[in-house]
Design a protein around this ligand. Structure first.
Ligand code: SF4
Length: 371
């Protein structure tokens, strides 16, 4: 017996068969869900593997050395991902975010980036093609990703102090290497670069001010993410959440801030800039300030299931249609059918009834569908 914890509820094999509706809906580039939210963003997880074990996402106790990752044959191929991306674009997707696990672990990822960057939005613009990484391989890969057509990156970094960093990601990886990766990404022109810090009370909240000071007066946008009950394995407790208002209070005391308007509807972060004009920060407040009302994000899991919410319990098996010779029109209609019925609002529900929500459902692991 490798661990004494409750076995991980493996939802990867749970999923709804995706049906082709009798009356297919022709893609029109503007697909609204049941709450009128347009489909604009697609997050694609290209691997369920990671070289970190962040305690809020992939705790070592659950993802130990015996954990069975998805066999390669189960992963969507680059051709399948690109085909699906073009179908989603026809429904209005303008932004594609490559995620994981750790996406830079996927072999030849640059090849996929090149295939996706050749796609255009329905009105002929470049896709906003971005990628979220833990930065461990960024210094090595930044140039080839840029050359392949990647526009920008978001780097997860939960502290500057190596002890704290280790406490959060549970591997012996030096902060300096991630900071070096960020610098190289900047040098090759992958920007604007965003830095995501998940803030967990009692674990790394002491790093809020050091991180703010470090990225102040730099071209990088630091975003603080409220610790969330993603998946079913991080043992989330609401008393470990540091509300964004508290993060603002701590920074404002030393470096005054003022609120900014969102760049676009559906932006997850609330933006603030330093009064001295030397940079901006973002607050992603899923717990204290739910933003489901204009959530435009769909997610594709590593093995081709469509999820309509980060906190979903099960997905819709698109890969089955792909691998059973259904036409693009069939697959497009099936995706449209799922999105039009979508009414997800987990964070709002959590805010309305925090205690109850936790037991509402077993949630898919974030490392499988990307953040
Ligand atoms: S909880 Fe679900 S619906 Fe709400 S913002 Fe997050 S992904 Fe969107």
């Amino acid at each position: 017996m490798t661990n004494q914890f409750i076995p991980l509820v493996d939802l990867r094999h749970a999923g709804n068969m995706l049906r082709v509706p009798a009356q297919p809906i022709a893609p029109s580039g503007s697909l609204a869900d049941a709450r009128g939210r347009m489909l604009r963003d697609l997050r694609i997880s290209v691997t369920d593997r990671c070289n970190f074990r962040c305690t809020y996402c992939m705790p070592k106790e659950m993802f130990g050395k015996d954990h069975a990752f998805l066999p390669h044959g189960d992963l969507l191929s680059f051709e399948e991902i690109t085909r699906l991306a073009s179908i989603f674009i026809a429904h209005g997707v303008e932004k594609i975010r490559i995620t994981g696990g750790e996406p830079l672990l996927r072999k030849n990822i640059e090849k996929l980036i090149a295939m996706l960057s050749a796609l255009k939005t329905i009105d002929g613009r470049d896709l906003d093609l971005t990628l979220t990484t833990n930065g461990s391989l960024l210094a090595k890969k930044a140039r080839s990703l840029k050359d392949a057509g990647l526009k920008r990156v978001t780097v997860s970094l939960d502290g500057l102090d190596d002890t704290v960093f280790r406490r959060m990601n549970d591997v012996d990886f030096p902060v300096a290497e991630v900071l070096h990766g960020i610098d190289v990404a900047h040098q090759v022109g992958l920007g604007p670069i965003k830095i995501n810090m998940v803030v967990k009370g009692g674990a790394n909240d002491s790093e809020i001010l050091p991180m703010a000071r470090h990225f102040h007066d730099t071209p990088f946008i630091l975003r603080f993410i409220e610790y969330m009950d993603v998946g079913s394995s991080n043992d989330w407790r609401v008393d470990e959440v540091i509300p964004s208002a508290e993060v603002i209070r701590r920074i404002h005391a030393y470096m005054p801030l003022t609120k900014l308007q969102p760049n676009y509807a559906g932006e997850t972060a609330n933006r603030y800039r330093y009064l001295d004009g030397k940079g901006e920060i973002g607050l992603i407040s899923s717990v204290t300030h739910a933003f489901c009302g204009d959530c435009t994000r769909a997610r594709l899991s590593t093995d081709g299931k469509l999820y309509t919410c980060l906190f979903a319990g099960d997905g819709h098996d698109v890969r089955a249609l792909l691998r059973s010779d259904h036409s693009n029109a069939d697959i497009s209609a099936a995706i449209a059918h799922v999105w039009q019925k979508r009414s997800d609002r987990y964070s709002e529900l959590r805010s309305e009834q925090t205690t109850a929500t936790q037991s509402l459902q077993t949630k898919i692991e974030m490392s499988y569908i990307g953040g």
